[in-house]
Design a protein around this ligand. Structure first.
Ligand code: ATP
Ligand code: MG
Length: 367
């Protein structure tokens, strides 16, 4: 799929702009604070109805204005779709082919985007919660059942933690309800763990190939799912369920003393390994960046496998952080396959040599 046209009104520092894009590579070039990231953000917002940078829509509206409008034409194998999103103090309105959508969930998912920004390094370096959020967001986009299980799990987890607190404070001594909640939590938890392992294995397969291409070495990249359930990867959903139930049973005292649920997918993590060594601990800056990049690019392939179309790729200030050979390999990987938007303060020699007829947009003061 690709974005053919984009029209912005009063979005960030864009007062009024109309753009026509290349289905291949689009380069957004400009000095600092001119509106390069704002333009990538606009594409992201048009696709997902929310920003990757802020939860506050007010920030997206031009300082002096009350509302912002984003309009785009999306081209897919099946035809064109006109997308429109209006942001105002009262909330947001979304239209597909001029028809207002009652639910945002009907609007989101038409246009798939993958964004890679410098902050994504946190995927490798950051806390486990960052990686859990990443896998939940990504797997939720491609599997509605996963999202359902996750929502149920979170609800029951809250109830169970609340009940553990009551037991801790001796407001009750009734263990019946705790057993019921443990049982339900284990059931949804087992589904979540099983799916995460399946999807991670799929991502790993693609990421390994990309890592080799980008680094030009035989560096072996591996993803390892870390969970309190022993040998989880070898277990069926039923076995995972029994294992979680057993964990809750044998650690009941400990959980009551701490007043919280200590086991389950909300405590799990993903480790990234290069040649069996943890990238977080031993990896160089460049290796960490390449790993995060390989992970993001692997999503492109996984999405294509699951939805039948390549998503749109947004790369914010990524090239300047990579060395020459990594830039070359990255550009080769995306060339001709995926519509890409990349921002940069200046076009490098490599980009000039490698990208055939890119569409170049020079950005200054939101124009
Ligand atoms: P860099 O190379 O430093 O990353 P950039 O071109 O990506 O720069 P952006 O983040 O796209 O820069 O744009 C930042 C500019 O947009 C800032 O000057 C900021 O003041 C302006 N800006 C941000 N939000 C709004 C808004 N709601 N209304 C008007 N201008 C805004
Ligand atoms: Mg920027």
């Amino acid at each position: 799929m690709y974005l053919e046209k984009l029209e912005l009104k009063q979005f960030r520092n864009y007062v009024e702009t109309k753009l026509i894009f290349s289905p291949k590579i689009n380069i957004l070039i400009g000095e600092n604070a001119q509106g390069k990231t704002n333009l990538l953000e606009a594409i992201y917002v048009l696709a997902t109805a929310r920003s990757h940078r802020t939860a506050n829509d007010r920030e997206l509206i031009e300082f002096k204005q009350e509302s912002a409008a984003l309009r785009g034409t999306l081209v897919r194998q099946t035809g064109k779709t006109k997308m429109e999103l209006i942001l105002s103090r009262k909330g947001k309105k979304a239209k597909l082919n001029f028809l207002e959508q009652a639910k945002l969930s009907q609007y989101i998912g038409q246009m798939n985007v993958i964004l890679f920004a410098p902050e994504d390094l946190a995927l490798v370096k950051g806390a486990p919660a960052v990686r859990r959020r990443f896998i939940d967001m990504e797997f939720g986009q491609i599997d509605a059942h996963y999202l359902y299980n996750l929502t149920q799990y979170r609800t029951i987890l809250k109830q169970r933690n609340h009940y553990l607190k009551q037991l801790q404070l001796k407001q009750t001594a009734d263990y019946m309800l705790l057993d019921v909640l443990s049982d339900q939590l284990a059931a949804f938890g087992a589904e979540i763990i099983a799916k995460r392992i399946v999807f991670l294995t799929g991502l790993e397969k693609y990421a390994q190939k990309l890592q080799e291409q980008i680094t030009h070495t035989k560096e072996k990249l591996q993803f390892r799912y870390e969970t309190s359930v022993a040998a989880a990867a070898q277990k069926s959903v039923e076995d995972l369920y029994s294992a979680l139930k057993l964990l809750y049973k044998t650690n009941r005292k400990k959980e009551i003393i701490q007043g919280t649920t200590l086991y389950g997918p909300h405590r799990d993590d993903v480790l990234f390994l290069i040649n069996q060594k943890n990238v977080h601990v031993y990896g160089s800056q460049g290796q960490q960046r390449t790993t995060a990049l390989a992970l993001k690019l692997a999503e492109i392939d996984l999405m294509k496998e699951e939805t039948g179309e390549y998503p749109i790729l947004l790369l914010d200030d990524v090239l300047s952080e990579l060395d020459g050979s990594r830039q070359t390999q990255l550009l080769r990987t995306i060339q001709d396959k995926v519509q890409t938007f990349l921002t940069t303060p200046s076009i490098s020699e490599i980009t000039r040599k490698l990208i055939k007829d890119p569409e170049v947009f020079r950005i200054k003061h939101g124009e």
